[in-house]
Design a protein around this ligand. Structure first.
Ligand code: SF4
Length: 513
């Protein structure tokens, strides 16, 4: 076992492939989603961008999404394998993939906020080891799961009252209600269309872990337990009747998979734990020669190269798009209404969690009057004296809800852009100050990186690369107005309408369990 001279190279290959290339089962599910939505609807347009983005990432070996996620490794080793050596090689592979711009630096000190810069630190990456009987092979599976969908994970403790669905008891029908609610509460914030990994039982910790491990199952496998199989099929079918759609824009496809596992529980506890994953469902695996560490075969991968996902190129234009060129005037934004598609040309400024917190007590480094603040934590590489964005999609905006109304009011922003929408306080500020919320397509990091003509500059690099304020010159950068200056919010409307549909599924379905 001590040779293993190919191990690090094999693991690096696994990390890069996982970040840049979706597995075939996810591609098949996404192809069905694209085919299941009318192309000229908001969800249809978003799915076309997502499909183009998946193709672009594969072609250029770039990250599918700028949030390259939390790495979870599942490693099976023969008896006697040196697990410390394997974990060391995993850490080196992660660090090297980060250096090459295939992973975004995503590991942050929880108390100071300092980014380690190499995706390593206490607790990251997660590596689960198991032993297996195969004497001469090591299996390594990797899941990269982003923060936007991770924030929509949810755990239920039955019995309980579930909004819109009533009492959920300690039985399969109670589990059913939890899972429908899990999809509804996520709306578009976890970058739907999405998938659920579910654990029934366990304690709070093992429940969440087992739920995440369900995401290692291919989306099109068949649950060997007929009760759980029926539940999985029901949840996918019924979730797609809720009308949430891609990015929560409203539509007929919301969920591409549901994988449910069950483990024993204490008599006093009944947890239902849900791991929500987005469409950028990155999961691959390799089987390695245990003597050399060389790759013998891939898991979750076809022999043939993947087919193109997109049936059309990029964002399908209708001719009704509105051009925005910041700095924006009051009339520019008051003329916009929910549902309008805009194409932005000019300079955008990024700002996410650290920038918003900073702006509460410090002036911005530039004059933000009339500007567009983009909630984005890009993947950036130094290119000589310049910077190059390798992935630049939107991040979840709701995290900035406690700050955004103040930031808009104080600094005169005319638009904020991100994904998933914002709450009532921001909506009121948009109306008061004459501003709009623009929803970019979550995860479309390669697509949006191509809309960036130039990185004009950066401020506050000390916040770390994803959190710094980047100034980006863009051309025809598409987004949809989902909250306008007249008090309308598409997010609130879709949430309310899908909540009404959810109520119609309150009656028991799985009885006698
Ligand atoms: S697609 Fe959305 S939820 Fe998924 S990793 Fe990217 S930004 Fe996060």
């Amino acid at each position: 076992m001590s040779g293993m001279d190919r191990l690090e190279e094999s693991l690096l290959h696994l990390v890069v492939e996982t970040s840049t290339n979706l597995p075939p089962d996810v591609r098949r599910a996404m192809a069905r989603a694209v085919g299941g939505e009318q192309p000229d609807t908001r969800s249809g347009q978003a799915l076309q961008v997502i499909a183009s983005n998946i193709d672009m990432a594969t072609d250029c070996e770039g990250p599918i999404c700028q949030d390259t996620g939390w790495p979870t490794f599942l490693v099976k080793t023969p008896v006697g394998a040196d697990q410390m050596l394997i974990e060391d090689a995993i850490r080196r592979a992660i660090s090297e993939a980060t250096k090459r711009g295939k992973l975004r630096p995503n590991s942050v000190d929880s108390l100071t906020g300092r980014n380690s810069g190499d995706n390593l630190g206490p607790g990251t990456p997660t590596v689960h080891f198991r032993q297996w009987a195969s004497g001469d092979e090591i299996e390594v599976r990797l899941l990269l799961k982003g923060g936007g969908c991770e924030n929509k994970n949810i755990q239920y403790s039955l019995p309980m009252e579930i909004p819109n669905l009533g009492r959920a008891d300690r039985d399969l029908d109670g589990v059913r209600k939890c899972l429908l609610h899990a999809v509804w509460q996520a709306q578009g914030q976890g970058c739907s269309v999405g998938a659920l990994g579910v654990c029934v039982g366990g304690d709070r910790t093992s429940g969440y872990e087992h739920a995440k491990l369900q995401l290692f199952r291919p989306l099109d496998d068949v649950n060997p337990d007929p009760r759980l199989r029926e539940l999985e099929e029901y949840i996918v079918r019924t979730s797609n009747a809720l009308g949430i759609g891609t990015m929560g824009f409203g539509g007929g496809v919301t969920l591409i998979g549901c994988k449910v596992g069950a483990i024993n529980r204490l008599p006093a506890s009944f947890f239902v734990s849900v791991a929500y994953d987005c469409w950028a469902f990155r999961r691959l695996g390799v089987v390695l020669d245990a003597r050399t560490g060389a790759i013998r075969r891939w898991l979750y991968k076809d022999a043939a190269p993947p087919e193109k996902m997109a049936t059309r190129e990029g964002f399908p234009l209708t001719g009704k798009e509105i051009t925005l060129m910041p700095p924006l005037q009051d009339a520019d934004v008051r003329g916009l209404k929910v549902g309008d598609v805009v194409l932005i040309s000019g300079v955008l400024h990024t700002g996410r969690d650290t920038v918003h917190h900073f702006l509460m007590t410090h002036a911005p480094p530039i004059d933000l009057r009339g500007q567009i603040l983009y909630h984005c934590g890009p993947v950036v590489l130094k290119d000589g004296n310049d910077w190059r964005m390798t992935a630049a999609g939107p991040t979840t905006s709701s995290r900035e809800e406690p700050y955004e109304a103040d930031v808009i009011g104080r600094y005169g922003l005319r638009a904020v852009m991100g994904k998933g929408g914002m709450g009532a306080k921001t909506l009121a500020a948009l109306k008061e100050h004459g501003a709009v919320y623009l929803n970019a397509i979550g995860g479309a990091a390669q697509y949006y990186a191509r809309c960036i003509e130039k990185v004009e500059g950066v401020d506050h690099l000390e916040f770390g690369l994803p959190e710094a304020m980047w100034h980006l010159r863009v051309k025809e950068f598409p987004a949809i107005v989902t909250m306008d200056a007249h008090g309308h919010s598409l997010h609130a409307d879709v949430q309310a309408a899908s909540g009404e549909v959810l109520k119609t599924f309150a009656e028991p379905v799985f009885t006698g369990s």
